[in-house]
Design a protein around this ligand. Structure first.
Ligand code: AHM
Ligand code: MG
Length: 324
């Protein structure tokens, strides 16, 4: 029988117990979120909560539940100095004594894919972890994605799977019958090129022309003779998870409604970009590498093109030529 390795044991082996404690707490929160989602129809947890978050979006009851669970899991850890959540206007900074131990900031989107929450379609949790440096906690919020010491996501679906990197490859953990995330994949790699593009095509008319031409190329002549098929769920985690396993490209370009892009740099784009790169893929905002961007504020939005190396590089090259 295969050896059973939990996500916390795995991360501890890769990056030490302090970081493993943070990832383990997120796994525990995900276990609780999964339990609530699994029986959501039996309880009064579907629908709107009645408030809007700082992004002006209506919060769903499950958004609020997931945010509370994530915060409760992390607040108790002495090595977590602060958290940044999509659902909270400002970072929450904890009073910590400090000392020799490493300290971390966790950034997360507690429940991503709000339009799919009420309809029994995949949703997810996305997280990144930064280590607090000598420059202090406040500066850590605006670290570039390159400085993440861990990143990952949980996709709640037919199976609930947590995908994690600490900078030495990508591993997957499947939630078992006992509520434990057990390692089910190691050294995961994304195909260099894949069969699918994943995007909200209803926005095409309001994309910059270079993105329209790129999409027309994927469905027309294709790349290197391979033409593409479409897959779009509308939950970033699920669309990315498929892209990681099967290859291809996810794109959320700038639109008229969201000229800087819709997705958030800190807790959506950066964690998935780190996973993509660690698996041999790539992530850009058009011209630039996502992980190299310096955030100006915690809820900053970005265009996001993410997936197999071949498709992402083709897009980046086209954008750079178009701008030249
Ligand atoms: P959310 O954080 O409010 O859930 O929004 C993010 C979601 C992503 O999961 C998904 O990629 C995107 O929004 C879908 O947007 P659209 O409905 O415009 O296609
Ligand atoms: Mg989100």
């Amino acid at each position: 029988m295969a050896e059973i390795v939990t996500v916390e044991e795995h991360v501890s082996g890769e990056a030490g117990p302090a970081l493993a404690g943070v990832v383990g707490a997120i796994a525990e929160a995900a276990r609780q979120i999964e339990r609530r989602i699994r029986v959501a129809g039996l309880h009064d947890v579907y629908g709107a909560y009645g408030a809007t978050n700082v992004q002006g979006e209506q919060q769903q009851k499950l958004d609020v539940f997931a945010n509370d669970v994530m915060k409760a899991a992390l607040v108790g850890l002495p090595q977590v100095a602060a958290i940044v959540s999509e659902e909270d206007d400002a970072p929450v900074v904890f009073e910590r004594a400090g000392g020799e131990e490493p300290m971390f900031v966790a950034v997360f989107d507690p429940l991503d894919g709000s339009s799919n929450i009420d309809v029994n379609v995949n949703v997810g949790t996305i997280f990144g972890v930064h280590q607090v440096g000598t420059e202090g906690v406040q500066a850590t919020f605006l670290h570039r994605g390159l400085r993440q010491v861990a990143a990952g996501y949980v996709v709640y679906g037919p199976s609930t799977v947590m995908v994690v990197t600490t900078g030495t490859g990508v591993s997957a953990f499947t939630l078992n019958e006992d509520g434990v995330f057990v390692r089910s994949g190691e050294a995961m790699t994304m195909p260099d090129k894949g069969p699918y593009y994943s995007t909200n095509e209803a926005n095409v008319a309001s994309w910059p022309v270079v993105y329209r031409e790129y999409l027309a190329r994927l469905v027309g002549e294709g790349l290197d003779g391979q033409r593409y098929s479409a897959r779009y769920i509308g939950s970033l985690v699920a669309d990315f998870h498929r892209t990681l396993l099967k290859g291809g490209v996810f794109l959320y370009p700038p639109t008229e409604k969201a000229p800087k892009g819709k997705l958030r740099l800190l807790y959506e784009a950066n964690p998935l970009a780190m996973i993509a790169e660690q698996a041999g893929g790539a992530a850009v905002n058009g011209p630039e590498r996502i992980l190299g961007l310096t955030p100006e504020h915690i809820h900053q939005r970005t265009a996001l093109i993410l997936g197999s190396r071949c498709e992402v590089e083709a897009l980046q090259t086209a954008v750079l030529e178009w701008r030249a």
